[in-house]
Ligand binder design. Sequence first.
Ligand code: ZN
Length: 146
Amino acid sequence: MVTDLELKYLIEKAKLARENAFVPRSSHKVGACILTEDGEYFEGCNVESIISGLGTCAERAAIDHAVIHGKYNFKALVSFDAKINFPCGACLQYLLEFYQVSEKEITIISADMEGNIKTNSLFELQPHGYLTENNLDSLKSYKDKM
Ligand SMILES: [Zn+2]
């Protein structure tokens, strides 16, 4: 369960990260922030590329930001947009692999400039995502890495 203080920090950090989005193609800025099980926050923003298909979503940028710091166990992710939006299917699938690392539900929060907040579980938004059975030992080996 995400506390009120954690929610406040997640939204503030995602909102700030959104300001740095690199969006020359669409001007559609998105910010994200992921909270680790041990209480750290990692932001991300979307980064577009003039070359079609090379861009990165804010949510995956936040996840990668956490991974750079050796964090693989996630509690919650906020996606911050001008109006309520949800992480795309690719980002939800990406997050499902980290669910398989920790085997703990990850809360997905959508927040917007108007102060609206929607909270879902990862499985509510991606109920039939791909869960691997082939690389479970390899995935789980990241559970205790810090
Ligand atoms: Zn995405």
